[in-house]
Design a protein around this ligand. Structure first.
Ligand SMILES: [Zn+2]
Length: 367
């Protein structure tokens, strides 16, 4: 997660945040064959027990629930018919096309179930249900659905060229060898998946099939701090850690929540806390992830600042990860003062003070 500098509107602080990670999954043989086909600018569907051809191929039969295999795969065309569509007038980051486009369900020639993809057109008036569209392929296909950049309407002349195959016709051979930059020379990759293909020379896809895909997931949003949190962040910009005390139970919350979750009353009494305390609970982070700033293993811990009643989440450094323990006394290590802003990152981490550990009974009520 990354955060840009906070904006101060006078009352509350806000800052743009971006949460992102790469979603990685293995494909298995059926979806792997689909992805491998895309890498070669080919589309493959799967025949189900009720004689439908579904694209992308499904791994289990929708009627019998039996597993389907690569023996059930069938090639389909990279062009087809728009079944339905919706116009996206304001695309957002990460969508297939940067300018306005349509999301459409497209039944590819040779398939009977539609594929969801993008159609690029000059405007909604250029789209109709039932029109013919064809895939525009990436120049550098990777074995991912984005290898088809989008579909585009086929002009009247092109419609004749592509119209030879009745959509969904039983047993019709899809016109996969139509005009366009298709990797027809590697047709053998699919044949090789069937018994009839035995003996074919192995192709690149057989020796190096796609077995996994990576899908980046991103969320951009603006975080607006509450008035109480804003006071906390402004305090940090001055090197102060500010909490609030509940007037009913006297518990001190840091960062302040604005209200006591036990008593349900506003916490208006501001309390300044020292920048030292004890580790209550912690975890050793061993898993690398996107955007990680510290090399694992490292320790993320709840630090109970002296005088506070709940822990404050931060990093523990200056000690081996396997030496961190509950009750360890720690103090904040601050960035150079000229680098301070309205952020908890003013504190680089906490490190041990070397004093004797706190007794468990002294913090057991704060876990
Ligand atoms: Zn309370």
């Amino acid at each position: 997660m990354t955060a840009a500098p906070a904006t101060d509107s006078g009352r509350v602080l806000s800052a743009p945040l971006r949460v992102a990670f790469d979603y990685t999954r293995s494909t298995g043989p059926v979806l792997g064959a689909f992805m491998t086909g895309l890498r070669e600018r080919r589309v493959v569907g799967i025949r189900t027990s009720d004689d439908r051809v579904v694209v992308p191929p499904v791994e289990f039969d929708p009627v019998t629930y039996a597993p389907l295999s690569t023996d059930d795969l069938v090639p389909v065309a990279d062009h087809g018919t728009v079944v339905t569509w919706t116009w996206v007038s304001e695309p957002v980051a990460g969508q297939p096309v940067a300018e306005p486009f349509a999301f459409a369900l497209i039944t590819l020639d040779g398939a009977t179930a539609p594929l969801l993809h993008a159609v690029k057109a000059s405007g909604p008036s250029a789209l109709t249900t039932g029109m013919t569209v064809r895939a525009v392929w990436s120049d550098t296909p990777q074995g991912h659905i984005t290898d088809i950049r989008f579909f585009e309407p086929v002009a009247a002349a092109g419609r004749e060229r592509y119209g030879a195959t009745e959509p969904g016709a039983e047993g019709a051979a899809p016109a996969v060898d139509g005009p366009g930059p298709r990797a027809t020379k590697e047709r053998g990759w699919l044949d090789g998946a069937t018994p009839s293909g035995a003996g074919n020379a192995p192709t690149a896809s057989e020796s190096d099939p796609v077995t996994g895909i990576v899908t980046p997931v991103e969320l951009d949003y603006v975080y607006e701090a509450s008035p109480e949190e804003s006071a906390f962040f402004r305090g940090l910009a001055e090197g102060r850690i500010l909490g609030q005390r509940c007037p009913a139970c006297q518990k001190v919350y840091v960062p302040p929540r604005g209200a006591c979750p036990v008593d349900g009353v506003p916490t208006t009494d501001e309390v300044e806390l020292p920048d030292h305390g004890i580790v209550t609970t912690y975890c050793v982070v061993n898993v690398p992830f996107l955007g990680q700033k510290i090399t694992p293993p490292y320790v993320s811990a709840y630090v109970l600042l002296e005088g506070a009643d709940i822990g404050f989440l931060h990093l523990i450094q200056g000690v081996a990860a396997d030496e961190v323990r509950m009750g360890m006394r720690v103090k904040a290590v601050w960035k150079p003062r000229e680098e301070w802003g309205t952020t908890v990152e003013n504190i680089l981490h906490f490190e041990p003070t070397g004093e004797p550990d706190a007794d468990f009974e002294s913090f057991r009520a704060h876990l």
